[in-house]
Ligand binder design. Structure first.
Ligand SMILES: Cc1cc2nc3c(=O)[nH]c(=O)nc-3n(C[C@H](O)[C@H](O)[C@H](O)COP(=O)(O)OP(=O)(O)OC[C@H]3O[C@@H](n4cnc5c(N)ncnc54)[C@H](O)[C@@H]3O)c2cc1C
Ligand SMILES: *[C@@H]1O[C@H](CO)[C@@H](O)[C@H](O)[C@H]1NC(C)=O
Ligand SMILES: *[C@@H]1O[C@H](CO)[C@@H](O)[C@H](O)[C@H]1NC(C)=O
Ligand SMILES: *[C@@H]1O[C@H](CO)[C@@H](O)[C@H](O)[C@H]1NC(C)=O
Ligand SMILES: *[C@@H]1O[C@H](CO)[C@@H](O)[C@H](O)[C@H]1NC(C)=O
Ligand SMILES: *[C@@H]1O[C@H](CO)[C@@H](O)[C@H](O)[C@H]1NC(C)=O
Ligand SMILES: *[C@@H]1O[C@H](CO)[C@@H](O)[C@H](O)[C@H]1NC(C)=O
Length: 549
């Protein structure tokens, strides 16, 4: 039934030796063999569309298949963890500094480019397992125009390093132009940072389960099995609820195996997998468990609730340019020769990212309250890629008011969970995306783009010939996910009835069970989520070690 990686014969679902999972530039070609193939339930506020939802189905999980953008978000996002967990001594930007740096190994870009002045070394770790680097290639026309635009339009400024905890800066209202991977001019400094190094993708699997870790006598990695549930352990006969047994099985056979931990079980199945396993185990809300015929073992209503995610709206521009094609075979030969070239980076990703904060006086914030975690947290992210002849720009809502759920479809642990992100279910969110589109329009409404940007195809909130409904319909048609779900087994104060895990990430009311993954993060950070997950996990490792001293 199961394949032990150590016995070395079967490598299915291992990340190793799979070119698409190693070569950064092959990112878009990763086959869905390595995906859970989830789809959301129809999203009522998004014209009832069901949205495909990618999750990594391979060692390293989503970090083995993700887009590799490395952003930590705002210091306020981490301080918020302290406020909601009631433990600001453990969970705050300042307190977490050691662990923020611990996962990272800052790595010079391949090809010998000098990165001086393109990032701030004060904010980077140098000894961690996850290599973070800059792109191989240099500036192009789009990059130069973008930089010139920050000189023309005062609303947009540049930063040396976006990972200093203050991506949105200090002013009451400005949009920060901060990630610029490709510019060499001294005045044009901020570059996108990526979880690749030496021309290869890094992931939780390459970083934490590399050959040294795999060689440990006390580590077993079992692939191609499915955790069905966790179960109360019976050995110690005490009256407390002790959950240290894991039931594993596989879809293709009826064999089931139970493993009981001497000390504790740590669930790290991600924002969908973890609540799915907890609910399958009867840990959740009674009426929901009843409705699918799962017997409640422990009442914890917030399991699978409180999902928070990044939605985006897409607008389109026409460009007087075509994306230069690359010779893939030659690029692969170059990558194989010395890990440089177009495949050593991922060109299609946002070459530049704008992080924008709504002004305090914004009617939107007055009407609905400000969902941002604090003064440094932006509301909108706009990554650009300069593809021509048509270019998509995405306005991403970093601070949604909407919340979603993960529920069981049935009592069969092999059935997909029902994923309902609840996109745009709060009225703030569609209006905030509309503002995001307006910021995008302002950014491109500048002489810096003369001769390159030739038209705006919308959807346009300011087009008088369109009704509000027509615009909103077009916006909803364009809505997609940035794949950053968190909060489905959220951390909260141990005294609080809300939430799922306490400040030490222990499942509330249970002994022997912890959650260490994105589901424990209470609100989606104002960033792509992998860095926050590494920070949480590094801190958790030390919490766990010290609790067994
Ligand atoms: C396509 C894509 C692009 C992304 N791009 C970026 C980006 O550019 N930058 C960024 O910062 N973030 C990005 N993200 C998000 C980031 O990768 C995730 O936030 C992060 O990996 C979440 O970590 P996790 O440990 O919580 O969950 P995951 O990484 O999803 O890991 C969960 C693991 O548990 C396994 N699992 C789940 N259920 C079970 C079960 N029942 N039995 C056994 N195993 C199970 C899964 O197979 C997986 O290996 C992207 C994600 C995706 C999918
Ligand atoms: C997703 O689909 C692909 C292709 O059909 C398949 O190989 C893969 O096993 C599927 N994933 C899961 C978790 O079933
Ligand atoms: C969406 O689906 C619901 C339930 O099936 C239905 O009541 C509603 O009219 C649909 N809305 C749209 C916009 O199609
Ligand atoms: C597991 O093995 C590694 C390497 O041999 C060792 O450093 C570590 O202390 C061991 N851990 C435990 C919990 O025994
Ligand atoms: C699993 O068990 C069920 C009944 O318990 C049976 O119908 C099914 O054929 C079995 N499947 C396999 C692959 O053995
Ligand atoms: C890598 O190889 C390419 C040709 O395959 C060559 O042009 C380039 O100079 C090499 N780069 C380095 C840093 O060796
Ligand atoms: C398109 O770009 C070329 C130069 O690359 C320029 O000569 C031409 O004027 C541009 N066309 C428009 C419509 O801006």
């Amino acid at each position: 039934m199961s394949y032990y990686l150590k016995q070395g014969q079967t490598w299915v679902l291992s990340n190793e030796r799979i070119l698409e999972l190693i070569v950064p530039g092959l990112h878009v070609q990763i086959p869905n063999t390595y995906d859970w193939n989830y789809t959301t339930v129809p999203q009522v506020m998004v014209n009832n569309r069901s949205i495909e939802y990618r999750r990594g189905f391979v060692l390293g999980g989503s970090s083995s298949v993700n887009t590799m953008v490395y952003t930590r978000g705002s210091r306020d996002d981490y301080d918020l963890w302290g406020r909601v967990s009631g433990d600001p001594k453990t969970w705050s930007w300042e307190a977490l500094q050691k662990w923020i740096l611990k996962s990272e190994k800052w790595t010079a870009p391949v090809g010998g480019r000098d990165p001086t002045g393109q990032y701030d070394p004060r904010y980077h770790g140098t000894d961690g397992p996850i290599r973070v680097s800059l792109t191989w290639s240099g500036p192009d026309d789009f990059d130069r125009r973008a930089s010139r635009n920050t000189e023309i339009q005062k609303e947009f400024i540049e930063k040396l390093d976006s990972n200093d905890g203050e991506p949105a800066g200090l002013c009451a209202y400005y949009t920060v132009f901060l990630l610029d991977e490709n510019l060499k001019e001294a005045s044009l400094k901020a570059w996108t940072q990526w979880t690749f190094g030496g021309g290869e993708r890094n992931s939780a699997a390459t970083g934490y389960l590399g050959s040294r870790a795999r060689g440990r006598p006390n580590l077993s990695i079992i692939l191609n099995v499915h955790v069905k549930k966790v179960l109360p352990s019976t050995q110690d006969g005490k009256r407390r609820l002790d959950i240290r047994t894991v039931e594993i099985g596989s879809k293709s056979s009826n064999v089931t195996l139970r493993v009981t931990a001497r000390k504790e079980v740590i669930l790290s199945a991600g924002a969908f997998g973890t609540p799915h396993i907890l609910l399958n185990s009867g840990i959740g809300e009674e009426s929901h468990l009843d409705s699918v015929g799962v017997k409640m073992v422990h009442r914890l209503p917030d399991v699978g609730r409180g999902m928070s995610d990044h939605v985006c709206a897409m607008v389109t521009y026409t460009l007087n340019a075509t994306t230069p094609s690359i010779d893939e075979e030659a690029a692969l030969r170059q990558w194989q020769a010395n890990r440089t070239g177009p495949l050593a980076e991922w060109r299609e990703a946002g070459r530049r990212i704008l992080w924008s904060k709504f002004p305090k006086s914004s009617p939107l914030l007055r009407q609905y309250g400000d969902p941002a975690s604090g003064p440094h947290a932006p509301h909108i992210e706009i990554p650009f890629n300069a593809a021509g002849p048509t270019m998509a720009a995405f306005a991403v809502l970093l601070t949604p008011h909407s919340r979603g759920t993960v529920k069981l479809a049935s009592s069969n642990p092999f059935d997909d969970p029902l994923i309902d992100p609840g996109y745009l279910s709060h009225p703030f969110d569609i209006q905030a995306l509309t503002e995001g589109i307006r910021i995008t329009k302002r950014w491109f409404d500048s002489p810096a783009w003369d001769g390159l940007i030739t038209g705006f195809l919308g959807p346009d909130p300011d087009n008088a010939t369109w009704s509000e409904t027509a615009f909103q319909n077009a916006l909803k048609e364009s809505v997609g996910t940035f794949l950053h779900p968190v909060g489905t087994a959220a951390m909260s104060a141990s005294s609080s009835a809300a939430g799922v895990v306490d400040h030490e990430l222990k499942v509330k009311g249970v002994h022997g069970l912890r959650v260490v993954d994105a589901s424990a993060i209470p609100y989606v950070p104002t960033a792509h989520t992998q860095a926050a997950v590494y920070v949480l996990a590094e801190r958790a490792a030390d919490i766990i070690k010290s609790s067994w001293k």
